[in-house]
Ligand binder design. Sequence first.
Ligand code: ADE
Length: 225
Amino acid sequence: MRLDILTCLPELFDGPMNQSIVRRSMDKGLVEIEIHNIRDYSNHKQKSVDDYAFGGGAGMVLTIEPIDNCITALRKKRNYDEVIYLTPDGKTLNQGIANGLSLKQNMILLCGHYKGVDQRVRDHLVTREISIGDYVLSGGELAAMVLADALIRLVPGVLNDESSALTDSFQDNLLAPPVYSRPAEYKGWKVPDILLSGHEARIEAWRHDQSVELTKKKRPDLLDE
Ligand code: ADE
């Protein structure tokens, strides 16, 4: 999988995209991430990327030209399966959407800022719009990182234990069962006996029951889907 992320704030990606699973996936050659500063594609003397909104109103708008220049330059190098704009009015991200996108090869993630982007970017250059929830962030960068993380961990080979992405909460629309580790008893708080029994089939059945019960209690809406 290759992700090209377009942003006016590339330095925001330094930490999160260089740690842990994301870092390892890149080191293993399974995932490539390139961050592009939209400013580098501006034809203006001052390298500006935003301007006032036609018709007036508060807030600056990201202009189409640098974004189009950047996307055009990338498209000359390879084909892209999706150009995704992160925006609070996009389709809300869930595990099903992440699963579908994790099968794609090359994607561009466009981070908005200020009041948004020129509508023509959305109409003509973007193929999908995704939100990470019903709240407004100050830019699409954190949303792009959330989406990238959710996708990368689904790429085969990224997680050490192949089955572990499949047993996550939300796969099968069920929440994950509780997990325990040593010691078997701590301050009198005990690990359920079944998990110490060594009986694999019964443990599996117990975990499934726990998943169903937890989902009924905490997220009954998932069972209706
Ligand atoms: N940009 C600002 N808020 C956002 C959100 N909730 N999801 C995706 N992109 C955003």
